[in-house]
Design a protein around this ligand. Structure first.
Ligand SMILES: Cc1ncc(C[n+]2csc(CCOP(=O)(O)OP(=O)(O)O)c2C)c(N)n1
Ligand SMILES: CC(=O)[C@@H](O)[C@H](O)COP(=O)(O)O
Ligand SMILES: [Mg+2]
Length: 646
């Protein structure tokens, strides 16, 4: 073996096969260098620090044992793939992590041949790895597929569907269960409790040793009897440990293994590679390992903004900023739950992210964290609604996508009063295409019985939540990632008239109709247009469904030139709804432009950059309005997102 002679080993690793040239001591040193790089980079760019620090040794071991040019390593969620990126040829770009134009914070097939499968949503790795394993077998390929899944992600139904199928297929799949006893917050559920039976495992191991010793002291027992006792003790140990579950699913179970011991990991992975049939390796790791602030508070360091390395403190300005929409949601729902004991809140492992921490402390009996199980969350809510409760499913827009059928079949078809509080609606920023919540207006507005609204600011959010809870059927409120505008908050949340928008500004030349985050930019564009002698009317639609037909038709008829603006895909979204409504009443506007996200997956980058890119900020709306006013009457322009700049 040629040893690499350098103090910075990482700078010499251009491809994973080079890891095999390193000595055990060098591999340890590399782990240290990777940790330093992770801390440095994430402290500047933000990102998922604690999950990544926890899998440094596991990443090295996987790339050491497997030939990742051929074998497929699939990272579940993919928020822990930074070390993988560092050793697979992206070291030089790593400083651009999560930045616009830079490398993604998640595995991405278009970014590297080593990113075997794109991820961002939880629970997909075992299915994908099993699909690859089945494909390899059909192709007669020797390549292996390895799913690396966290204990949190293992709480999702899809992971179990895949395990069930894998046991049946009996192919050579390897699943690495990365157990740090944490989801974003401490992991919940019976499975989690079962997996963490380590103490009992230890005591059972001791018991086993003692029994063996004892049996050997009994005179006259032949080796056969001793072997039988030993074997029964082995099954006893497995029976009372996590192995039992996976063995019942026809997996070979190995573990629990210490996940920061490179030698153990390498040895175990080598063993697993030689086993016929599906194998599950249970690896115990520590979230945040090697950076004390993250070890102490792995939840805050799960995903962080820029921070000071010495103190671990956020570098976000200390200046008082307006409350986030998430905070306003949490405060409002607590208030509404105080007034009405039938209000219950449900999260799918996003306690902090959805702003339910205070609520969960005040109303522990009426709070349910179901694990990373959005589909179950929705049908669970439907069950509670059927019994007269008013469930609020607090969920990121992007994660609700996977519960579409539950919304249709279990909630809307039965017209049950479930409230969907959809945080992170619209462009979320640095997490990128896996996390942008830009489809919800389209996929929810097509479902009968659903009402769907989006607030223009944080004050309107509290009113919409009250409106949703007062409604006698399914209701969805969609709001963005980030802070409100700092507007005055009305003292009490009020019920808004369902299906009514508001006219914010009268005008004569052009009509701007915004929804949610696009309303204030539309107002700003209108002010800029006014300075150029153009009079723009602005409507805040408030509801995507039902639309305020009277208000929109009234102004559409008066002005005839219309721009709709939405932070959603144009396909089937808000603008489409307005067009359909006008067509239904046989009204043809003189010209019509829809601004929104075109038929594409939006990359990662700051929200402001992305909004500008797709022309849904004040600049874009102003430009679109000027372009439209320069066109001949009688033209219906179906703008596709980016509008040509003047
Ligand atoms: C479908 C879905 N729901 C929610 C999330 C948000 N989320 C990202 S990571 C995470 C926790 C994952 O826990 P685990 O798999 O144990 O990984 P760890 O962070 O502990 O390494 C959650 C809930 C997601 N990515 N996908
Ligand atoms: C990986 C994942 O899905 C979450 O950690 C997500 O990145 C959180 O996003 P927010 O930062 O918007 O809460
Ligand atoms: Mg975990």
């Amino acid at each position: 073996m040629t040893e690499l002679q350098t103090s910075t080993l990482l700078s010499q690793i251009d491809r994973p096969s080079q890891l095999r040239q390193l000595t055990p001591a060098q591999l340890q040193q590399l782990a240290q260098e990777i940790r330093e790089t992770l801390i440095q980079t994430v402290s500047r760019n933000g990102g998922h620090l604690a999950p990544n620090l926890g899998v440094v040794e596991l990443t090295i071991a996987l790339h050491y044992v497997f030939d990742s040019a051929c074998d497929r390593i699939i990272w579940d969620v993919g928020h822990q793939a930074y070390a993988h990126k560092l050793v697979t040829g992206r070291r030089a770009q790593f400083h651009t992590l999560r930045q616009y134009g830079g490398i993604s914070g998640f595995p991405k097939r278009s970014e590297s041949k080593y990113d075997a499968f794109g991820t961002g949503h939880s629970g997909t790795s075992i299915s994908a790895a099993l699909g690859m394993t089945a494909a390899h077998s059909l192709k007669d390929s020797p390549c292996r597929a390895i799913a690396v899944i966290g204990d949190g992600s293992m709480t999702g139904g899809m992971a179990f569907e895949a395990l069930n199928h894998a046991g049946d297929l009996a192919k050579n799949l390897i699943v690495v269960l990365n157990d740090n006893e944490m989801s974003i917050s401490p992991n919940v559920g019976a499975l989690s409790a079962f997996l963490s039976r380590k103490l009992s495992t230890k005591s059972l191991m001791n018991l086993k040793k003692e029994m063996e010793r004892f049996v050997r002291t009994i005179p006259g027992l032949g080796t056969n009897i001793i072997q039988i006792v030993k074997r029964s003790m082995d099954s006893l140990v497995t029976f009372f440990t996590p192995g039992m579950l996976f063995q019942a699913l026809d997996f070979h179970y190995i573990g629990p293994i210490k996940g920061h011991r490179l030698d153990r990991l390498i040895e175990t992975l080598r063993t697993a590679r030689e086993i016929e049939g599906p194998v599950l390796i249970h690896v115990m790791t520590e979230k945040g390992r090697g950076y004390p602030p993250a070890e102490i508070d792995p939840t805050s360091f799960h995903g962080v903004g820029a921070f000071d390395i010495a103190t671990g403190k956020s570098l976000k300005s200390e200046l008082k900023s307006p409350p986030s929409y998430t905070k306003v949601f949490g405060d409002t729902i607590s208030r509404l739950a105080y007034d009405d004991f039938k209000v219950v809140a449900i999260t799918a492992a996003m306690l902090q992210g959805t702003g339910l921490e205070c609520y969960s402390e005040r109303f522990p009996d009426r709070f349910f964290d179901v694990g990373i199980a959005e589909q179950h969350a929705v049908t669970f809510a439907a069950g509670m609604a059927a019994e007269g409760f008013k469930p609020v499913v607090a969920v990121y827009s992007t994660f609700l996508q996977r519960a579409f059928d539950q919304i249709v079949h279990d909630v809307c078809l039965q017209n049950l009063p479930v409230v969907f509080a959809m945080d992170r609606g619209g462009l979320v920023g640095e997490d990128g295409p896996t996390h942008h919540g830009v489809f919800d207006l389209s996929f929810l507005r097509i479902i009968p019985n659903m009402i769907l609204m989006a607030p223009k600011d944080e004050n309107e959010l509290q009113h919409m939540l009250k409106t949703a809870l007062d409604h006698h059927g399914p209701a969805a409120v969609r709001y963005p990632r980030g802070n409100g505008y700092g507007v005055a908050m009305d003292k009490n949340p009020e019920t808004l008239p369902v299906g009514k928008g508001e006219l914010l500004r009268e005008g004569e030349d052009i009509l701007l109709i915004g929804i949610g985050t696009t309303v204030y930019p539309a107002m700003e564009a209108a002010q800029r247009l006014e300075r150029q002698g153009i009079s723009a009317a602005v409507i805040n639609a408030r509801f995507v469904k039902p639309l305020d037909q009277d208000l929109i038709f009234d102004w559409a008829r008066k002005i005839g030139k219309i721009v709709t603006i939405e932070e959603n895909v144009l396909q089937g979204g808000f603008g489409s709804a307005v067009l359909e409504m006008l067509q239904e009443i046989s009204f043809s506007p003189k010209s019509f432009v829809r601004l929104g996200i075109p038929d594409t997956f939006v990359v990662h980058g700051p929200q402001s950059t992305l909004r500008n890119l797709y022309g849904i900020d004040a600049d874009g709306i102003e430009n679109a309005a000027l372009n439209l006013l320069n066109t001949r009457d009688g033209q219906i322009l179906h703008a596709i997102g980016q509008v040509a700049r003047r």
